[in-house]
Design a protein around this ligand. Structure first.
Ligand SMILES: [Zn+2]
Length: 311
């Protein structure tokens, strides 16, 4: 299929051969006690404005000047927060690239970590066609900045939350196991060695979540209990009709963590325009996106985290 050639995130109707052995056994989510508190609310207008500003840098593949500008843009929004880098050089079929995952940590009272991760690089092969990645790269970068606004300034009554702006998600030539996910493959290995992975209660990947016509996939590499928990969070906000109309196994930034047994979910809408026609094209522009979609994904994810805190 043409779409699978043009697509960085390979999809298939069946899970990868090894997914079954690697994925944790599905466990039924216990019913969460009712929470009388109001649902979390992100500022979707501000998030949308972030995307406009990010897109204005132009195309942002790893190693580029615009990428560097975006790195500075991200860190300038995290002043006063606990920020760490996971920086290294990736050796690729197109040469060596500097790769930088940016990590912001917000402490909680409970022992354990919830990670929310989204890539900020844009597609390298499309760098010369004016590809700006409003949805693919832009929406994930922006919603993480908005989560930071939400988390900053107070100790969470729950798990610590770490936000990761991942780099080098995109292939430099053609998507494969070795040409993709440069940042997260490095980070997962590092966190395996230093013991961080054992502390992660759940990992959420945000990718392409701004499409005005929002349809979040049920991504089949995620454990059932975590997919169900996200759906329950969506139900609490009355937005479940935007979730799980379709199921697909998707190769994305969660995979290096899935392979190491971390409960991980990819929150992604990989039907961007009819038959995914805008994905990885110059048409991935802000006019296709909607603040309402950012709000649906943003509030649902924050609610899912609140539910995890209480499990
Ligand atoms: Zn992409």
């Amino acid at each position: 299929m043409l779409s699978s050639i043009a697509c960085s995130k390979g999809t298939s109707s069946a899970p990868p051969e090894n997914a079954k052995a690697l994925a944790p056994e599905p466990v039924a989510a216990p019913a969460s006690p009712p929470d009388p508190g109001p649902l979390p609310q992100i500022d979707s207008k501000r998030t949308f404005q972030y995307i406009k500003e990010i897109v204005a840098f132009g195309t942002r593949p790893m190693g580029s000047e615009n990428h560097k500008k975006l790195e500075n843009y991200i860190t300038s929004h995290l002043k006063g927060d606990q920020v760490e880098d996971d920086a290294f050089t990736a050796d690729t079929v197109e040469g060596k690239f500097p790769v930088r995952n940016i990590i912001a940590k917000y402490p909680g009272t409970k022992d354990g970590i919830i990670v929310i991760l989204g890539h900020y690089d844009t597609n390298y092969p499309l760098r010369n066609i004016g590809f700006v990645g409003a949805n693919d790269g832009g929406s994930s970068t922006a919603i993480l900045l908005e989560y930071a606004n939400h988390l900053r300034g107070k100790k969470r009554d729950g798990y610590s939350v770490w936000l990761v702006w991942s780099d080098g998600e995109e292939a430099v030539r053609q998507w494969s196991e070795t040409d993709s996910l440069y940042g997260t493959r490095h980070l997962a290995e590092k966190w395996e060695k230093d013991g961080t992975l054992k502390k992660i209660k759940a990992l959420f990947v945000m990718d392409m979540i701004g499409d005005a016509d929002l349809n979040i996939e049920r991504e089949t590499n995620a454990p059932a209990w975590l997919s169900d928990l996200v759906y329950q969070a969506a139900e609490r906000g009355g937005v479940q009709s935007h979730f799980y109309a379709r199921s697909a196994a998707i190769e994305d930034d969660h995979l290096p963590f899935v392979k190491r047994g971390v409960p991980s979910i990819d929150i992604i809408d990989l039907d961007y325009g009819y038959s995914n026609v805008f994905h990885h094209t110059a048409q991935d522009t802000i006019d296709k996106l909607s603040p309402r979609s950012l709000e649906i994904v943003g509030n649902t994810t924050l609610e899912a985290i609140r539910m995890l805190d209480r499990r």
